[in-house]
Design a protein around this ligand. Structure first.
Ligand code: GLA
Length: 395
């Protein structure tokens, strides 16, 4: 099933290093059913790993400190000494990897030389967390090949740290967790404060999750994302000054926000209102999943979109259009922007046997409205990062 991708990574390795790789790893992207922008705001999220991957073909270099990467899809290489202190460079994909090395060095552990070629089926800049797949995939590889004894949770945290320090996005932990802890056909409810998580069956009763990629690359994500964090901090400080007993957003109610609205100002109020409502929606969504109620789940997803678009203001015209058009269809139970926002994908809960017709219809309308060809991804919920052996894959 992933043979094409694995073969592409192997071929890239052979052409870059004139030898055979010794290990193959697959690191998945993620979807998020609901719980957006709450992972850094005391919330719960409901993500899952998907069958879109970065495939790494790897060989350990004995007695060497040189680490060489070949990014096959970009046709770019980068080499560095893995034992030296790292600092960010001009190529963004490299920063995710250097950030991982930096985080591992900070933990006091030692790694050695490697040759790695990688290729990906996770579209970049589409909100499917190709960066978390890259960071966590690399951290996972180092952990196995140099026997670093990090737990899976520590690998996710290393990936997040790399994003904070070397990529400049103050992201939450959702993407990294989904990539590391994903389970086939299961959705994960992650408590972003305790990092405890539970799995739920992805039972959708004849409905499926379909992604519409607006093909608007989220170039404003870094600044927009970090700005939202600041807006929320303003709100949080005001809440705490009036209610010193309140430790996190889970304890905040809409009534408290209304009472403090004037002090907070419109912007911080709107941002916090979204968060308080979204945290509750995720709890409801888990009930909807466990009770086999896709209708209710869909309604909650759509409410999330309204909040993301009007209160948290991280959507964009193209995504709003895709959501609006999807919701005109009777066979769509819910639709919303997914991920960090400012572009990327919408996620739609669509009756399985109508998905093709609806996708074609929306594709055409989108082309007419924006002159852009959107992409449609039908995804399967899959396992988190894994090493694969030839026997399992190459038939
Ligand atoms: C990005 C971040 C995540 C999360 C989402 C929004 O994907 O990396 O941590 O905040 O945006 O839910």
């Amino acid at each position: 099933m992933h043979t094409t991708l694995i073969n592409a990574a192997k071929a890239a390795f052979q052409s870059a290093f004139q030898s055979e790789p010794e290990h193959i790893f697959l690191s998945p992207g993620r979807i998020n059913i609901i719980g957006e922008h709450v992972d850094y705001n005391d919330g719960y999220v409901l993500p899952a790993a998907i069958d879109k991957y970065i495939c790494f073909a790897v060989k350990k270099q004995q007695d060497s400190e040189t680490c060489t990467f070949f990014a096959a899809d970009l046709n770019e290489s980068f080499s560095f000494n893995i034992s030296e202190k790292q600092s960010p460079v001009g190529q963004m994909w490299v920063n995710y990897l250097l950030g991982v090395v930096d985080a591992i060095q900070e933990s006091g552990k030692t790694v050695g030389g490697l040759q790695i070629a990688f290729s990906s089926t996770i579209p970049m800049g589409s909100g499917l967390s190709s960066s978390a797949a890259l960071e966590c995939g690399f951290a996972y590889i180092l952990n196995i090949l140099f026997d670093l004894q990090f737990s899976k949770k520590e690998i996710a945290l290393i990936g997040q740290k790399a994003e904070h320090t070397f990529a400049g996005v103050q992201c939450g932990i959702m993407d990294q967790f989904a990539s590391v802890f994903g389970k086939e056909n299961k959705v994960m409810m992650l408590d972003c404060n305790s990092l405890e998580h539970q799995y739920y069956d992805a039972q959708l009763n004849g409905y499926s999750l379909v992604l519409f990629d607006s093909c608007v690359k989220h170039t404003h994500l870094t600044s927009g994302y970090n700005d939202r964090r600041k807006d929320v901090e303003v709100g949080k400080e005001i809440i705490k000054s009036h209610y010193p007993g309140i430790l996190n957003f889970r304890q905040v109610t809409e009534e408290i926000l209304t009472e403090l609205k004037e002090d907070m100002g419109d912007l911080a109020y709107k941002r916090c209102l979204y968060l308080v409502k979204e945290i509750k929606r995720v709890e409801e969504a888990v009930k909807a999943l466990s009770e086999n109620n896709p209708e209710y789940l869909g309604r909650l997803m759509t409410e999330t979109h309204t909040g993301l678009s009007q209160e948290y203001e991280v959507s964009c015209n193209e995504i709003d259009f895709l959501v609006e058009e999807a919701l005109k269809e009777e066979s769509v139970l819910g639709a919303r922007m997914m991920g960090g926002g400012f572009g990327g994908c919408s996620i739609n809960l669509v009756k399985e046997d109508q998905a093709d017709r609806i996708s074609r219809n929306i594709e055409e309308k989108y082309r007419k409205a924006f002159g852009i060809d959107m992409k449609v991804y039908k995804i399967n919920i899959s396992e988190g990062i894994k090493e694969y052996t030839d026997n399992e894959f190459i038939i």
